[in-house]
Design a protein. Sequence first.
Length: 421
Amino acid sequence: MVHIGGLVIVGSQWGDEGKGKVTDIMCEKSDLVVRYQGGNNAGHTVVVGEEVFKFHLMPSGVVHGKKCCIANGVVLDPRVLMKEIKEVQKRGITVDIMIDPLTQIILPYHNELDGASEKELDDKKIGTTTRGIGPAYKDKYGRDGIRFIDLLDEKLFAKKLKKNYEHKKNILDKIYGIEIECTYEGILEEYNALADKLRKYLGDVSKEVYDSIHTKKVLFESAQGTFLDISYGTYPYVTSSHPISGAVFTDVGFPPTNLDVIAIVKAYTTRVGSGPFLCELNDEVGDHLVNVGQEFGTTTGRKRRCGWLDLVMLKYSNRINGFTDLAITKLDVLTGLEKIKVGVKYTMDGEVVNFPLTIDQLEKCIVEYKEFDGFTITGKERTYDELEENAKIYLKFIEDYLGVKISIVSIGPKRSETIIV
Ligand code: GDP
Ligand code: IMO
Ligand code: MG
């Protein structure tokens, strides 16, 4: 596919669709790669030859030595970013990163609050990554957050931290009955040192993108997926940001512009954490997808729940995101299944419905499936024509159902295991 101007890499399902791999492929021809939301709840994998990179905050474009930006829609854990920078540098890669001054900072009490809130929810827990994401966004929207620019100002940071620390200590104590683990002095010392190391990466990402969007190739790498979106996902079993394509404008800070949107679509569906999942498979086919697809979380190591591809979900995802292209990933994982099913219709109380807006309605829906004959992917196919006929039938059905062209088919984790259509 031709990439001019801005291109958004968006997760079309519940995350872990292969955004890292596709970003790595697409960014070869890009000038700038921008992470625009989420935090180190994300885990993006890039495989280059025998080397495996797992990024939580760093845009995947760093492997290609591209200029990488962290936009203000991100919640940034400085410990994690510093660790990633060091790891990448150790592997001989030059890090060219820019962090927006308005980016919110995750502090140790956010992690403690995340854990405490999950514990309290007990059997209703969200299944968060406990990386402090929700509490950090709560502070942002509660207008209590500490931003990167504040962290770099020692006096201001000390003042803001004092107020926040006391407040969180009280919440942990009075609401959850837990004694705070981190100390004010400890955070101050550690984060002042981190600020000194990260200071050189400060830059106005909003302006950088504004200045580049019409003259250069800019790639926007989302984290999570559409059904984890705080508004459009399966609320409350969602994350606390907007992984959808339209969020780039507010999360980076540039005016609405015509952008391409490439939807990363796993050839089946996975989900980590709690919440409804209509096409879920708790049988040997589900086990096949877990084992062959190696469906274990990149961030928490949790086993991912697996099921058939759900086109009703994807139709909704397309309406919200405006897909211009599809990248189908992990098609090879379906090899070995005699029959493959795809969710094509939802009914609720006997009526055909679109993907519903609440989880109560979703739980009342019944899925109808279309069945396909299986196929074999060897991983050696390099053109669309080399794919087996049954694989092409499967792909064509997805294309026709959604009315969006497939531009990439991924048939293995490596860069080379990719078909550009
Ligand atoms: P992300 O969060 O969307 O970047 O996805 P993850 O990296 O969390 O999960 C995708 C996993 O699938 C990673 O381990 C990738 O290396 C792997 N992967 C990506 N594309 C393919 C593919 O086409 N086939 C197979 N077998 N694995 C893939
Ligand atoms: P990538 O970018 C899959 C899920 C968690 C949980 C919910 C809320 O690798 O696709 P949070 O810690 O964000 O408050 O948890 O969101 N979740 C993800 N699931 N991939 C991710 O990121 C995820 N990031 C968060 O499992 O259900
Ligand atoms: Mg992931």
